[in-house]
Design a protein. Structure first.
Lengths: 95, 203
């Protein structure tokens, strides 16, 4: 399987597959125009995404890098807001 | 902290490596400063979030340094273990975008092992706006130290091979965990690659 984040090939047993519901597929189709049935993540990328701080940093950071690459002057602000939003939506660790 | 000696061949390799590192870092810094004004400032830690892969020999040198300075606290060991878990097999580009802090970085953005830091850290300088060093906004291909690090890396590999020491590169935290086991003689130095394969690469 190919990881949707790092694009590296992995054994099936080391991957996490997220099957989208009908409603989720519809949202993805509407927002991106792509027909997606599932998302595949390798073990290391899944571990990173499962980490509250670093997972949010990765999502916001990827967004920031992509926006900067297109010359968007609001890249840093949008990424900072996205990071705050993601951190506010994820639960804090118990310990 | 007791500093057990390793077999003679390993101590020789570590000694040569330490001398080579110091020479390469000093030479690079001198040449860099001739060509550009270094804009690195205390408290700026962008490059402490970059992917960093080191050999077990560098891990041993750093681990010893931390031990000698009395900085191997329980909190630091916990950060090292968490970092090793998070960075295992992670793609460098994903690592760069995730701003994963180096486990040696403390709350005040200071390096716990600054004087004994790895060669790649010694050879990373900012010559422009330090904010541009942020891994989420930066193109690693543009780093001026890449070519020299490659040359030193090849030399280091040959040196370690000559002495029969593994030259496999791994995340800093993984190298420190392994160094702890080598220094405590739980893992013999000539078993390093087998242990790495069994516990790390084959999992």
């Amino acid at each position: 399987m190919i990881c949707g984040i790092c694009n590296r090939g992995w054994d099936d047993v080391r991957c996490h597959v997220i099957e989208l519901t009908e409603a989720e597929r519809a949202v993805v189709l509407k927002t991106t125009g792509a027909k997606v049935e599932k998302y595949i993540y390798c073990g290391p990328c899944w571990k990173l995404l499962s980490n509250r701080q670093q997972g949010a940093q990765f999502i916001a950071g990827s967004m920031r890098a992509a926006m900067r690459a297109t010359g968007n002057p609001r890249a840093d602000k949008v990424a900072a807001r996205t990071l705050d939003f993601l951190l506010s939506k994820t639960s804090k660790p118990v310990s | 902290m007791s500093q057990k000696r390793l077999p003679l061949y390993a101590e020789r390799a570590l000694g040569e490596l330490q001398a080579t590192r110091a020479m390469a870092a000093t030479d690079f810094e001198r040449r860099f400063r001739q060509e550009a004004a270094v804009s690195c400032k205390a408290g700026c830690d962008h490059c402490c979030h970059y992917p960093l892969l080191v050999t077990v020999a560098e891990g041993i040198l750093l681990y010893r340094h931390l031990g000698q300075k009395g900085r191997l606290t329980a909190a630091l060991k916990k950060r090292i273990a968490e970092h090793a878990d998070l960075t295992a097999f992670i793609d460098p580009a994903v690592w760069m975008r995730s701003r994963i802090p180096c486990p040696l970085l403390d709350e005040k953005s200071c390096c716990a092992g600054y004087e004994g830091r790895p060669l790649a850290c010694r050879m990373t300088f900012s010559a422009g706006n330090p904010a541009d060093c942020d891994g989420q906004a930066f193109n690693p291909e543009a780093m001026s130290n890449r070519a020299i690090l490659r040359v030193v890396g090849v030399f280091e590999e040959k040196l370690l091979r000559k002495h029969g020491v593994s030259s496999y590169r791994m995340p800093l935290s993984r190298a420190l965990l392994l160094a702890e086991r080598i220094i405590s003689q739980e893992v013999p130095l000539d078993e390093v690659e087998r242990v790495l394969y069994r516990e790390y690469l084959a999992t």
